[in-house]
Ligand binder design. Structure first.
Ligand SMILES: [Fe+2]
Ligand SMILES: [Fe+2]
Length: 358
């Protein structure tokens, strides 16, 4: 540690956090943009009754008073063991980035469309995500490592996705967000002595917001049945696998964080996949068989390959390039292996809506 950081640990930590959010990898949460004009043509009449009920629930704003704190969280992160502090900070920063990326995308969708259904929905979604991002940022600010969100808006690259790809991926990220938060919440409800930070106490109602958001995208997908048929089922499988694989690799990079929660990352991830796959039967006609030993073997090999890429990047030079190239081949081959395994098929239910019962 140099004299400068010794004098100003918060300043150094802040620089690290800003580097963390602006550093872009395949695994980091991304910012998206889309064809906003296409939203004008979306017609929800096939699911109108369920749509109106969902919007009414969101307008009633069940979590309006949830994201308030009695006292701040100062000093809690700073007092953690260094490894746990680093991994937990990474967890918060990456959660904040996902929440905020949702907020930016939804706000832009609300602003750019003239379709009243879409305008209403995306305004409500942006309201919630901005609250979520703000709440995490407060926890970081208490430690002097809050993120300047306008910096984040400018620093991140925006990736273009067609609206249908936005819908598949955002549906999944909302539902998997629910499954992740509720699994941690239930674990800590059973073992309260492991709750090393108060923010976890907010997760139950918080993830009900994510569940509702996912419901909206389920309805949007069911409102246009061709998005869930034919060649599009290949896209569904692709997005399921991309979301699961990304989560698996990321979570395994935080062993100390999971250990502190009394969770084994492999076991935790497969629990989350199971919940997410069960929920997704409301909308996807196919699901991945994540219990198939061949799937699990390939997922572990993908993790090894991905660690090889990371080691290659850290090492640099010719040896690093070799690690990266062979890692990329391994990751691609194992992704393809999982993609090609036979999926399970579901018959879509007549009504779409579900309750967050996990
Ligand atoms: Fe959120
Ligand atoms: Fe959300």
């Amino acid at each position: 540690m140099n004299a400068h950081t010794a004098k100003h640990p918060a300043v150094a930590a802040k620089a690290d956090v800003h580097a963390m959010v602006s550093h872009e990898t395949v695994l980091s949460p991304r910012f998206y943009t889309t064809d906003f004009k296409a939203l004008d043509a979306i017609d929800v009449s096939l699911v109108r009754r369920e749509w109106d009920a969902l919007i009414a629930e969101m307008v009633s704003d069940p979590n309006k008073h949830h994201f308030k704190r009695e006292q701040d969280f100062s000093g809690i992160i700073a007092a953690l063991e260094p490894e746990l502090r680093a991994e937990f900070t990474d967890f918060l920063v990456s959660s904040l980035t996902s929440e905020f990326s949702g907020c930016i995308l939804y706000a832009e969708m609300a602003r750019r469309t003239s379709n009243p259904d879409m305008k209403m929905l995306f305004k409500l979604l942006a309201r919630d995500e901005s609250r979520h991002a703000g709440f995490i940022n407060e926890a970081l600010k208490d430690e002097g490592i809050g993120i300047d969100l306008s910096f984040l808006t400018k620093a991140k690259k925006y990736h273009y996705f067609k609206p249908k790809f936005i819908f598949y991926s955002v549906y999944l990220s909302e539902k998997i967000g629910y499954a992740r938060y509720i699994t941690i919440y239930r674990q800590l409800a059973a073992k309260p002595e492991l709750r090393f930070h108060p923010i976890f106490a907010w997760f139950e109602e918080w993830c009900n917001d994510e569940f509702r958001h996912g419901e909206a995208f389920a309805l949007l997908l069911r409102a246009d049945p061709k998005l869930l048929r034919g060649a599009n089922t290949l896209w569904v499988r692709f997005f399921l696998l991309a979301v699961y694989a990304t989560m698996y690799v990321r979570d395994h990079a935080r062993p100390v964080f999971h250990q502190a929660l009394g969770l084994d990352p492999t076991d935790y991830d497969y629990r989350v996949f199971t919940i997410c796959s069960q929920i997704a039967r409301q909308v996807f006609p196919v699901e991945l068989d994540t219990d198939d030993p061949r799937f699990r073997r390939a997922m572990d090999r993908l993790l090894v390959a991905s660690n090889r890429i990371a080691a290659g990047k850290a090492r640099g030079g010719l040896a690093g390039a070799w690690l990266r190239a062979t890692g990329a081949i391994g990751a691609g081959a194992n992704f393809a292996r999982m993609f090609l395994l036979r999926p399970r098929h579901n018959r879509l239910p007549a009504t779409v809506r579900l309750q967050p019962a996990w």
